[in-house]
Design a protein around this ligand. Sequence first.
Ligand code: 13P
Length: 339
Amino acid sequence: MDLKKLNDIANRMVAPGKGILAADESTGSIAKRLDSINTPNTEENRRDYREMMFSATEAMKNYISGVILFDETIRQKAKDGTPLVQMIAKTGAVPGIKLDKGPKPLPFFPGEVVTEGLDGLAARIAEYVALGAGFAKWRAVIDIGQHIPSYNCINANAQALARYAALCQEGGLVPIVEPEVLMDGDHDIDRCMQVTEWVLKEQFMQLHYAGVKLEGMVLKPNMVISGKKCAKQASPEEVAEKTLIVLKRCVPSAVPGIAFLSGGQSSLDATRHLDLMNKMGPLPWHLTYSYGRALQADALKTWGGKADKIGAGQKAFAHRAKMNALAATGKWSDKAEAA
Ligand code: 13P
């Protein structure tokens, strides 16, 4: 394993004022996005949509450090025949690949899931390295409910993430370790705080047991936030403060950076929260974004599946990327948002 190389890639992924574009929706997830703009989920439409973002060259060069791709996309070519991976690499962003095969029901634990995809993973990693990937992602899903999460769910997911991360490092990819505590429930922010701390403590213990080198990884956590259906929604300041308390308790400073998922927050909330946390620095790690929905929602809506709206869609994407890039250095403001 070349730890120096992994550490260099990890540092590029969390470079100050840049963040990651999560464009790795599985065919099922992208179907929901395209359906929301009444656009058929064809291979060509999926390609056109993603090509629109990857070819927003200035935004990519200035604000995007890496792009997470789905298996189909890493093999796809742009309209003019250029492989999309090449298009991304030319902007200076690192291409990455989603390696997990999604969450599956956890036996004997109703309502809980464990992420699959470890079988044959070493061979898949070798193939993706040859296709040009520099990093990978694996997402675990932890839901909060009346009697969940169970320790079995947290432990099973943390072990799988740790094995994935070790295989990635051995095979030459920087692993993004993503244990996502969902914000779907009616729980309050303190319950999210308690569960997130438990999940992250367990995660770093399993990473240690698996021999994962912290300098060669990126953590992708949820923010500590009220459940969507909770009557009492915490203020942005409380979200920022409690998220930082948990991260400082759990994430060693050897980790080069933390890149949040947006997880169903509005685009504006995701930007505001990240900005507030960076304003509360100095912090032991770079704190940035690895947003899917919060980076893409405006662009998707503006594009609407129409060829003559690609330029407008790119503008919407560039604006969101710029706002998050400002937030990644604590320089975002309502004024910048309106400009
Ligand atoms: P969201 O920002 O839409 O949560 O997506 C990020 C991601 O990659 C989830 O795995």
